[in-house]
Design a protein around this ligand. Structure first.
Ligand code: PAF
Length: 285
């Protein structure tokens, strides 16, 4: 039976109690509207821990005023049911007022890694993410926390934050889950009409073309980028970015020898989709 907790102190107590009983805590932070991608994170947490805590909180701090906070999908009852089926021990689902009471004024920021890509188009986004995740880490206590690689830059930023601030949290990055036709799972996919969904496949098609070229020997980042861009610009309404950068710095810095990753953010009928692929290590998209 999954326990639903709304209060911060009760969540802290549940995690402390689990640890006191010798159980390792696995944390899966989410904004709800759970899909198979989130459930794969729960399964990863279960493999690595004995007590799985999933958080559901649509964090106002990471949405800019013009973004889709009020429209973000909320499917709480279905989420609880999915967690029950997966054997999640605890859901922590606080109200915004419980996370950010009157007088709240402290934020956590990661510097360089947040500047490119999402940082150029959503300049306040990561500050909201790192602040809320710090709060969740502080409440959960020592744990292993699982984040999806679909939000590639987010996972990198949170890994950096935990390292830099000596947080007692092991940040694990879990692979992107795709539909059989390649579409990366996302809570925002439910906004897509059948026609939009078909057009959105241009993103995974572009990543696949570049993945194929990489595995046939292509190593020129600009050539790999062109292959992704050619597909994406044909179908999507607008593009925030299509980039091929090094995984460690998230820049084109030639002194960064880490693997190349292609990252895409583009819109279709007002829905913003992101996706990525590390050519060397990811499965063919
Ligand atoms: O990836 C998400 O769902 C959110 O950004 C997170 C990590 C739960 C923080 O609100």
């Amino acid at each position: 039976m999954t326990q639903v907790i709304r209060e911060r102190e009760a969540f802290r107590a549940a995690c402390d109690e689990a640890r006191a009983a010798g159980r390792k805590v696995g944390l899966v932070p989410t904004m709800g509207a759970l899909h198979e991608g989130h459930l794969s994170l729960v399964r990863e947490a279960r493999r690595r821990a004995d007590f799985v805590a999933l958080t559901i909180f649509v964090n106002p701090l990471q949405f800019a005023a013009h973004e889709d906070l009020s429209k973000y999908p909320r499917t709480f009852e279905a989420d609880v049911e999915a967690c029950e089926k997966e054997g999640v021990d605890v859901i922590f689902a606080p109200e915004p007022g419980a996370m950010y009471p009157a007088g709240f004024q402290t934020h956590v920021e990661v510097e360089q890694l947040t500047l490119p890509l999402e940082g150029e188009f959503r300049p306040t986004h990561f500050r909201g993410v790192t602040t809320v995740v710090t709060k969740l880490f502080n409440l959960a206590g020592p744990c292993v926390a699982i984040f999806g690689r679909k939000d590639f830059q987010q996972a990198a930023v949170l890994h950096r934050m935990a390292e830099d601030l000596d947080m007692p949290v092991e940040v694990v990055k879990a692979p992107t889950v795709r539909e059989p036709d390649g579409l990366a799972l996302s809570s925002r996919n439910r906004y897509l009409s059948a026609e939009d969904r078909a057009r959105a496949l241009s993103i995974s098609r572009g990543l696949r073309a570049a993945w194929d070229a990489f595995h046939a020997g292509e190593r020129d980042p600009s050539r790999l980028r062109e292959l992704v861009l050619a597909e994406v610009e044909r179908e999507m309404d607008s593009i925030d970015y299509v980039r091929v950068v090094h995984e460690a710095s998230l820049t084109e810095d030639p002194t960064d020898a880490s693997p190349l990753v292609a990252l895409v953010a583009a819109r279709i009928s007002g829905t913003r989709l992101i996706d990525n692929c590390v050519f060397e290590t990811d499965a063919r998209p």
